[in-house]
Design a protein around this ligand. Structure first.
Ligand SMILES: [Zn+2]
Length: 376
């Protein structure tokens, strides 16, 4: 349910780009380097009759999780498989477009585990990332399985945050999330349940979207129903052909990147960014890929585009912490590669927006010292 970050060494040829490698992976997914054994990209409409899931009884050796503690994978029982089949069938009736969108790309891996504990000690009922859904015992004992399943499917369908980081969704979500930040007690108001699916849906725009979509496809509607149907649903629940096309491109890009075919990956991400220029994530991926060839011009260009995209979609500045994390990773890449003037530039950019951030202040001081020493 939450989305922790993760890390794994040795994926790139050049070690000096290891930080940026992490950055690409972190934003690509919470579970890294899980290379699906099979891959197919078919026209979305051809996939409706297929079952886009794989019941895995063993974990891929490349699967590395950070901040996610999980017990060993256990075999699926027939009963549990039947439960999942029933949920998929239900979802294919109430939200066929969502299921179809999630199905684009490689099959979705279903892993059965006993227990799941996140870094913050929470024990989610389900968790997803890198086209994998982890299902602990708690999921099968829980009420509202269809809600929880639809929640994870939303994450899979929108794992590049086309909908979650969209202007349309922010227009609906930002006022509620900001109200919650100022006044957490607001969820105790009677009117809250008519406005928002849950308290959990107040924590981030990504979780808010998954909760809202899950509630919506299960027939729970909110005051923003009409606006949601008109503006956000076409990005996720009833995706337009352009959204499906975008998803095909980013999935192809992801697979090319995993195979270290960066030229091909760049091509697909560029095409995707032309379809939805306002999505910041594609530029971040492109900036990351540019580090594989130390192409600073490309890094700067794509970072700039990413910053602009964040600012265009997010007048509320709700996504600024996400943008901070992205820029911070870019800054660290510059430091790692001894490009202190580049690092300093991004440190200044960040300090303007986060003047009291001690991490940034320390990095800025470090860059300044390095630059002074190089002059001497
Ligand atoms: Zn979630």
């Amino acid at each position: 349910m939450a989305k922790p970050t993760s890390d794994k060494q040795g994926a790139f040829t050049s070690l000096k780009f290891s930080i940026f490698r992490n950055l690409i992976q972190i934003l690509a997914s919470p579970i890294n380097n899980f290379n699906p054994k099979r891959s197919f990209f078919e026209e979305p409409h051809l996939r409706t009759h297929q079952f886009p899931f794989v019941f895995n009884d063993s974990i891929d050796s490349d699967l590395v999780l950070r901040d996610v503690g999980m017990s060993p994978v256990k075999p699926w029982t027939q009963d549990e498989k039947s439960t999942i089949l029933a949920l998929v069938s239900q979802l294919s009736h109430c939200a066929p477009g969502l299921l179809r969108l999630a199905s684009i790309g490689s099959p979705i891996n279903l892993l059965r585990i006993c227990r799941l504990v996140l870094g913050n000690k929470s024990e989610p009922i389900a968790f997803s990332g890198q086209r994998t859904i982890l299902l602990p015992d708690a999921f099968f004992f829980s009420y509202g399985q269809i809600h929880n399943f639809a929640h994870e499917i939303t994450h899979i369908a929108d794992d590049m945050e086309l909908a979650a980081f969209s202007k349309q969704w922010l227009e609906i979500a930002a006022p509620v999330l900001q109200e919650y930040r100022v006044n957490p007690q607001s969820i105790k108001d009677e009117a809250f349940s008519k406005t928002w699916p849950s308290e959990y849906a107040c924590h981030s725009v990504i979780e808010a979207l998954a909760e809202y979509v899950a509630a919506f496809v299960n027939g729970r509607y909110f005051a923003s129903k009409v606006k949601f149907e008109e503006t956000v649903a076409p990005l996720i629940i009833s995706p337009t052909p352009m959204v499906n096309e975008w998803k095909v491109l980013v999935e192809k890009a992801r697979q090319a990147k995993n195979a270290k075919n960066y030229i091909q990956a760049r091509l697909y991400y560029r095409k995707a960014s032309k379809l939805f220029p306002e999505n910041p994530r594609t530029y971040f991926q492109l900036a990351g890929i540019a580090t594989t060839t130390a192409d600073y011009c490309e890094i700067v260009k794509n970072t700039q585009k990413m910053i602009e995209a964040f600012e265009v979609v997010d007048s509320s500045r709700l996504l600024y912490p996400t943008m901070r994390d992205c820029i911070l990773q870019i800054l660290k890449t510059y430091i790692q590669t001894q490009e202190f003037s580049g690092a300093d530039k991004y440190a200044h950019w960040l300090l303007k927006r986060f003047p009291n951030d001690t991490t940034i202040l320390e990095l800025e001081k470090y860059c300044q010292n390095k630059l002074l020493n190089s002059v001497e």
